[in-house]
Design a protein. Structure first.
Length: 168
């Protein structure tokens, strides 16, 4: 269920997890690894968890996740991430009332989203924590082991002292 050199689950479209009991030990191992990791590794793990949750989410949830992550960033900041794909998305709508289109969701690659989450973690811890709210509010995500791990990691990350998170 995992790559031998990676603690993260294989993207859901490449494997079918049947028994739920397999998810609990894996989730526990990911949480333990997260707690033992350095702040830099925690940030990378968090980015990867968001990417995997995004990949397993419905298009509507993906749209809300992108809106939550893009909203706190300025245009120059967005232009510097993932070849400017998120700046283009932001420029299509009204600045105050940005809405990501379903076509935009289709064009976002995992590497683009990972770069966005890495950048957002440096700018707005609250925006990354807001990802937990989007996932928790989605009935489509409630049964997902990845979503459960991500929400738990985000809650623990939010409760850490700033020096433990890697914030300065």
């Amino acid at each position: 269920m995992t790559h031998s050199d990676n603690l993260f689950p294989v993207p859901p479209d490449t494997v079918s997890i049947q028994p739920r009991r397999l998810a609990a030990p894996l989730a526990q191992r990911v949480l333990q690894a997260f707690e033992r990791a350095s702040p830099v590794v925690r940030q990378r793990m968090l980015s990867q968890l968001v990417v995997v949750a995004f990949q397993s989410a419905s298009p509507a949830v993906r749209r809300h996740l992108l809106e939550r992550l893009v909203r706190p960033l300025g245009l120059l900041s967005l232009a510097a991430v993932a070849g400017g794909i998120f700046a283009k998305i932001r420029l299509r709508g009204h600045w105050q009332d940005m809405q990501v289109q379903f076509d935009d969701v289709q064009n976002v690659r995992a590497s683009d989203l990972g770069a966005l989450v890495d950048h957002v973690q440096q700018v707005s811890v609250e925006a990354v924590a807001g990802v937990a709210q989007v996932i928790a509010a989605s009935p489509w995500m409630t049964g997902s082991a990845v979503a459960a791990v991500l929400v738990t990691v985000l809650m623990r990350q939010a409760s850490l002292h700033p020096s433990e998170r890697g914030d300065d």
